[in-house]
Design a binder for this molecule. Structure first.
Ligand code: COA
Length: 154
């Protein structure tokens, strides 16, 4: 099971695969991993890293290709949000590529209450050795989003 969700996160990471795979491996030891399964098969996985002071970051979320847009990603994200709230966490952050081709991911997060906090300019230039393209557009900047968790004491 362990290998299967790791493969799922790798397969659905932004190309090129090799640096993305290294990045996922680097943050796994300090993170918690969640999976959604259907009839024993992993359909979605995500990784959440504690940042301290009640804040957490959603480092990766991926639904198996072929199973996307069927509600699995939303169900998993909602479950994770509820779990963090039960544990008294205050804030969940996420980063997503700031690009016209990435608007479905932005809609996915905004539907779950995430608000745009800012832009990390040249994130993909600084963090990836090769240029990353999606739909013919190069990724340069990371959009930073965050969602307050309801049990937060601030
Ligand atoms: C992004 C992702 C996790 C969403 O999970 P999902 O199970 O496919 O999404 P759900 O079915 O729960 O929700 C669908 C909603 O998400 C958004 N969405 C996500 N991916 C989309 C896509 N490729 N095309 C259109 N809408 C998409 C839409 O808002 C959609 O709502 P709608 O159906 O009413 O238009 C999943 O598509 C995925 O693994 N994508 C590849 C990896 C990735 O991009 N991860 C996020 C990196 S920031």
């Amino acid at each position: 099971m362990h290998k299967r969700w790791k493969r799922l996160l790798h397969e659905t990471s932004v190309a090129p695969r090799a640096p993305a795979r290294r990045k996922v491996r680097a943050y796994l030891p300090e993170s918690r991993c969640f999976v959604a399964s259907c009839s024993g098969a992993v359909v979605a996985a995500c990784v959440v890293k504690p940042l301290g002071a009640g804040a957490h970051e959603l480092m990766s979320i991926a639904v198996r290709p072929g199973g996307q847009q069927a509600g699995h990603g939303t169900a998993l994200l909602r479950w994770v949000i509820r779990d963090l709230e039960r544990r008294g966490a205050s804030r969940l952050k996420v980063g997503t590529a700031r690009s016209a081709t990435n608007s479905p991911s932005l809609a996915f997060y905004q539907r779950q209450g995430f608000r745009v906090m800012g832009t990390d300019h040249d994130f993909f230039v600084r963090n990836y050795p090769q240029p990353l393209f999606e739909g013919g557009i190069r990724h340069f900047d990371m959009l930073r989003l965050a969602r307050k968790l309801t049990n937060a004491i601030e």
